[in-house]
Design a protein around this ligand. Structure first.
Ligand code: IPE
Ligand code: MG
Length: 235
């Protein structure tokens, strides 16, 4: 979700107004994802590098997040959407971390739909945290490097148990990945929209899904092989 600040700037509004509008859009895209029957939607809401923004912007973002979680926890439960958080949640303000933990626990049994929020997330810290956890498991005698494969290694990532993304969308015209789900996106399709996040509405989201549906995913095989057999789906 990129472009909140520029959306506001283009209207002569403060950046925080862009973030507020961005949160409104989150709600409509979650609804659109449900209507499109997606099993998992991951939103990159705050990166591990976003702490470097001015303190006032960081605290405004945290307040918005807290407000959003308070308001949406009930909605997620009603809609039977499981919340998962990807990132170093213990470094977030304790009130936010607590709300996240509580909502994750309250929605843990909903298996059909997942909303994953990447918060204080970065792929490199994810790998470092996974390596630490794995080394500790080895030290306890619970894991054996000789038999380590990707299926096991991926269970140490924040995203353990979630499907790999089929489609990654970035808004605001930037053609960068910015440390987002680097390993999980190994076979993902990318879609870049010039629209700022607050303007990226359900119709743009559906256009991205339609674009994705027209692509041929080969997973290392030839086009002929793929067209002869049904495509493997990760979601
Ligand atoms: C995305 O919008 C929201 C967050 C990263 C929290 P930006 O705040 O990055 O907006 P731009 O890139 O400055 O326009
Ligand atoms: Mg940005």
């Amino acid at each position: 979700m990129d472009g909140n600040g520029r959306w506001a700037g283009a209207r002569g509004l403060p950046r925080n107004e862009g973030h507020r509008q961005g949160v409104e859009n989150v709600k409509s895209i979650i609804k659109a994802a449900k209507e499109a029957d997606l099993s998992c939607l991951t939103l990159f809401a705050f990166s591990a590098e976003n702490w470097n923004r001015p303190r006032t912007e960081v605290s405004a973002l945290m307040r918005l997040l807290e407000h959003y979680l308070k308001e949406q926890a009930k909605v997620l439960r009603e809609q039977k959407i499981r919340l998962r958080v990807l990132g170093r949640t213990h470094e977030l303000p304790s009130r936010v971390a607590k709300l996240l933990r509580r909502t994750e626990e309250a929605t843990a049994d909903y298996t059909e739909r997942t909303l994953a929020l990447a918060l204080n997330y970065g792929s490199r810290t994810e790998v470092v945290d996974a390596m630490k956890a794995y080394a500790e498991a080895v030290a306890r005698g619970e894991a054996d490097p000789a038999s380590l494969d990707w299926a096991e290694a991926s269970r140490y990532l924040y995203s353990a148990g979630l499907p790999d993304p089929d489609l990654v969308i970035r808004t605001s015209g930037e053609h960068r990945v910015s440390n987002f789900l680097l390993l999980q996106s190994a076979y993902a399709e990318y879609y870049f929209s010039p629209k700022y996040w607050p303007d990226f509405g359900p119709e743009d989201f559906y256009a991205a899904l339609m674009d994705y549906a027209r692509r041929e995913r080969r997973f290392g095989k030839t086009g002929e092989q793929i067209r002869r057999a049904p495509q493997p789906q990760t979601v």
